[in-house]
Design a protein around this ligand. Sequence first.
Ligand code: FES
Length: 293
Amino acid sequence: MAIPTEVGVERFFETSTWLDRVAIPIQDAVRNLFTRQGNFGLKARNFLNGVWLGHPLHAAITDLPVGAWTSAMIFDYLGLITGDRRLNRSADLAVGIGLVGAIAAGLAGLADYSEIEGESRRVGAVHGILNLLGIVGFALSMLQRMSRDRSGAIPLATLGYLATFVASDLGGMLVYHLGTEVSREAFITGPEQFVPVLPSDQLREGELRQVNANGTSVLLTRVDNQIYAIDNTCTHWGCSLSEGELIDKSVKCHCHGSQFALDNGSVINGPATSPVATFDVRERNGQIEVRKR
Ligand code: FES
């Protein structure tokens, strides 16, 4: 059951369209940063999205700063109570590890943020700003530690930790409540047995055709006289792939440019990181039939 504060926070982001005045320019700036670098920018964004991992990189590395900084807080306060210098050194090391992890997680998060929409973009902007405050807090704390001033270092780290804590909660909302970066076909199935979806003579070479296979939206196309069938729902944000562009033996989504291989559904370019489902195809009695592979 959602607690009232949580419901209030969600309602706030749902209705606070004024936040778009901040969220959209930040997103435009981040997107331009990648697109201005051409092919290198595309490769960098693919890497940061986690195309090579098969799931978002950001989610995988956020544990590093959160875990390291939680440890730092424990070491700091235990060191304060006991006066044990070994705990202080452990805290300093954990702050440093957390900073490296936070910068890496931040870059991956920016790549994801560059292609999200609506309420998710508002939550993402506040999530990012709070994380930035967390990094600044711990970076200033690190400077104090280097000058051996623990009286300034611990409060700064505590403030940074609070900002990171709230940011992490919003990160959870982004994924678990709004479905950001969750594969949009996670709950889509498909026919286990072959079902007819289109007369063979109605699929022209190079055409992207959306058909219905027992309630599942499937993209059919014919390339070099071979028929391919993949799920029509882009795993990134759910756009219809049949409205996209055919590039050799792949399809590029018209919404944010994710590109999928037709033969195995793998991601060629993000921001999608999950492959699309593919279907077996056969022709029988003048009909194209598909079943989920
Ligand atoms: S919905 Fe974003 S790339 Fe397809």
